[in-house]
Design a protein around this ligand. Sequence first.
Ligand code: ACO
Length: 208
Amino acid sequence: MTTLALFGAGGHGKVVADAALLAGWKSVIFFDDAWPHIQMNGHWPVAGNMTALLARLNEFDGVLVSIGHCAVRWQKQQALQTAGAKLATVVHPRACVSPYARLGAGTVVMAGAVVNVDTEIGAACIVNTGATVDHDCRLAHGVHICPGAHLSGNVIVGACSWVGVGAAVRQGIHIGIGVTVGAGAVAVKQIPDGLTVVGNPAAPLVKA
Ligand SMILES: CC(=O)SCCNC(=O)CCNC(=O)[C@H](O)C(C)(C)COP(=O)(O)OP(=O)(O)OC[C@H]1O[C@@H](n2cnc3c(N)ncnc32)[C@H](O)[C@@H]1OP(=O)(O)O
């Protein structure tokens, strides 16, 4: 593990870079379509845009999309995979991932997170700081479990869904595709595709 290329030079990217270095990568380099307007992302250089990254893929031992937005992260990862990128998975050394759990390509597990036995996490997912995903959960690709959110056992989460900071999900609940579970929500029933839910118990967000 020498150089990891990260596409997405924002705050989430910095957290991924930090975790990757602690996990044993020797160096990190960013790419972002905001280049050349941004040249640094915190402590790390931004070396070019997606075109530049695609042209340099064979220089890197691993590539990972470090964009928080679920659908965008998944779309960029697919483009890189099609181009032959070696997709990395990053697990912070202070995360606790069961040896019986499975993590997909391009997935990151941050500090203090727990992924319990027999859980399957798809590609391009984020299990963010201090989040927990308990036993026998199934997360499809592009899911983000935000900091401090908790999934009980046997929860299913559809592709590109976003479980907000501090949310809690009852055991056995099925969260659909492209769902947003708002910050601090408590999900106790199935959530259909595309819905945004908030509150305790979680209910569809109705805007005035
Ligand atoms: C490391 C990181 O930073 S990872 C990122 C972590 N961030 C998160 O988890 C954020 C999750 N996002 C949220 O909770 C958002 O508020 C959303 C997606 C639920 C709604 O966002 P928006 O569509 O922009 O809604 P908006 O802010 O306009 O609020 C609309 C109404 O819903 C209410 N509302 C918004 N979010 C919530 C919530 N989580 N719980 C309860 N009520 C809420 C607002 O108070 C507002 O009510 P009002 O109309 O009576 O004033």
